[in-house]
Design a protein around this ligand. Structure first.
Ligand SMILES: [Zn+2]
Ligand SMILES: [Zn+2]
Length: 266
């Protein structure tokens, strides 16, 4: 495959900046704040460690993590020990997706849901970083099984990004790209219009709301690429599927979705 992309120089620059920051941090012997990024409880102080997840045992214990019994097609939990037919589980059977597989850490409920809501404003960036490391800790082995060529987040429309001050999916993607040692393409996908939030809509409205909303920016060459697509939540799969459609139509061969939480309420 022809490797990426219009962002190579930007990525190198970002890598250089990251290197400089690391140097500065090393020379100053900075340590991360010794508090849980979720509840603020004091944690044992630790040296700077890229893979340290700053979430306390108590908060982690309140999250509903999925076990190995997951529908690989849509990321929903399935009954232990019962083989799934090739066309997916009760959540996704009959539904066409443009992506090839979904990896989800846990259920969109309880503490994990609270954390994802806290990640949304810019003040949640430290939490997003910790959740990114949690994604890597739980799914790094699976992500390494099938080497990716590039990692990209679901983009926000610029108006919404201005309002939020951040895109938490972009921070998650940055953490995963760095650990997979593949390029992060933060601007690969473009959201062509500002759509109403998916949570306010019924499932059929969600599919209509995001239909063909994404496009791949000019200057990217995805021929036969394996793209890892990152978002925080997957519910119907409409948003990730439409993003995967744009990636596939731009030449990507495989799109693997990774999300923090899978909502199975619909
Ligand atoms: Zn905590
Ligand atoms: Zn499924």
């Amino acid at each position: 495959m022809q490797r990426m992309c219009g962002e190579t120089i930007g990525s190198l620059r970002a890598g250089l900046m990251h290197g400089l920051c690391t140097l500065q941090q090393t020379s100053l012997k900075l340590v991360f704040p010794s508090t849980c990024a979720s509840c603020g409880v004091e944690m044992p102080e630790h040296d700077q460690d890229d893979d340290h997840v700053s979430i306390c045992e108590s908060c982690l214990g309140e999250m509903t993590f999925f076990t190995s019994s997951i529908c690989k097609r849509c990321g929903a939990p399935v009954a232990e020990g019962i083989p799934l037919p090739g066309d997916g589980c009760f959540c996704c059977r009959g539904q066409k997706f443009w992506f090839d597989e979904v990896t989800a850490t846990g259920a969109y409920t309880g503490r994990l849901r609270e954390l994802l809501l806290k990640m949304k404003p810019a003040a949640g960036n430290r939490l997003s970083l910790s959740i990114g490391k949690l994604l890597w800790a739980r799914h790094g082995d699976r992500l390494r099984e099938r080497p990716a060529d590039v990692v990209t987040p679901i983009p926000m429309h610029w108006r919404r990004r201005m309002a939020h001050g951040t895109n938490s999916a972009a921070i998650l993607a940055e953490v995963l790209a760095a650990r997979l040692r593949v390029p992060l393409a933060g601007r690969l996908l473009r959201r062509r219009r500002n759509t109403p939030p998916q949570f306010s809509l019924t499932p059929p409205q969600r599919w209509a709301n995001v239909r063909r909303v994404f496009s791949v920016r000019r200057g990217y060459h995805l021929r036969k690429a394996h793209v890892v697509l990152v978002d925080d939540i997957l519910t119907t799969g409409a948003t990730c599927s439409e993003a995967a459609r744009a990636l596939k139509q731009a030449g990507a061969e495989r799109v693997s979705v990774i999300v923090v939480a899978r909502s199975v309420s619909h």
